[in-house]
Ligand binder design. Structure first.
Ligand code: NAP
Length: 213
């Protein structure tokens, strides 16, 4: 599979490593594709990987991962051109974290960045996934209490099935499908709780698990 990743931060690099190591052809898109950070990543990555502009990465991917800073993602999509995403599975990992010490998401409770992205890309098949877990656990997750299913949501059943396949390929037991893209309101809001929990347990490799009787 050809995968385009928009964003070269910790998330883009971690998912890029995961896809490449599993035989997929990865291109990471960045404002600075020839910079030292990505050159180092390219030297270390196992498998087929390249870097390019955001536009080149979006064009390359049959599946496109959005891994830019939340506040920048809509501008990045506009720069690429919305039609470039038509028909593609778009995995949205972004979170609308404001530069706010209280970590209040900048979108509010009646909308979400996931929904804004789906509205901006009406013919893309957006699936919110991986945004609730730290980049260090996205691929080959290891949790002392057992690995949970990864929470995802989106409007397109076939796209969610494809993403659930990727989730399993990355070592998760499966995906917990939380319905339409409006579920992104709560997947995104949970990140503020995730940070609060991290501050109180003093570590950043945790995730939420649904348990029931
Ligand atoms: N870090 C985590 O563990 C984690 C976990 C779950 C979800 N997330 C979410 O995943 C996304 C990526 O997180 P991250 O930690 O990898 O990195 P980040 O620091 O949030 O974002 C890095 C990426 O955003 C791009 N970017 C930043 N400002 C930009 C601007 N003004 N215009 C265009 N592009 C811009 C950068 O592009 P260049 O490549 O051009 O520098 C870089 O690739 C975020 O939305 C974050 O909330 C993060």
């Amino acid at each position: 599979m050809k995968v385009g990743i928009l964003g070269s931060g910790d998330v883009g690099q971690a998912l890029g490593r995961g896809f490449a190591a599993r035989g997929h052809e990865v291109m990471i898109g960045s404002r600075n594709p020839k910079g030292e950070g990505l050159a180092k990543w390219l030297r270390a990555v196992k498998g087929k990987a390249t870097t390019g502009s955001f536009e080149e990465a979006a064009k390359h991917g049959e599946v496109v991962v959005l891994a830019t800073r939340g506040a920048a993602v809509e501008e990045v999509l506009k720069g690429v051109g919305h039609a470039r995403f038509d028909g593609k599975v778009v995995i949205d990992v972004t979170n609308p974290l404001a530069d706010d010490p209280n970590l209040v998401p900048f979108v509010g409770m009646t909308d979400s960045l996931g929904e804004r992205i789906q509205r901006a890309l009406p013919r893309a098949r957006v699936v919110k996934a991986f945004n609730t877990v730290p980049n260090t656990q996205m691929v080959d997750p290891k949790f002392s209490g057992g690995t949970p299913d990864l929470m995802i949501c989106g409007n397109d059943a076939a796209a969610k099935k494809a993403v659930a396949g990727i989730v399993k390929e990355f070592g998760w037991p499966g995906a917990l499908d939380l319905g339409g893209i409006e579920g992104a309101r709560w997947l995104e809001a949970s990140v503020s709780l995730w940070v609060l929990v991290g501050m109180h347990i003093g570590r950043w490799d945790h995730a939420f698990k649904v348990v029931h009787g």
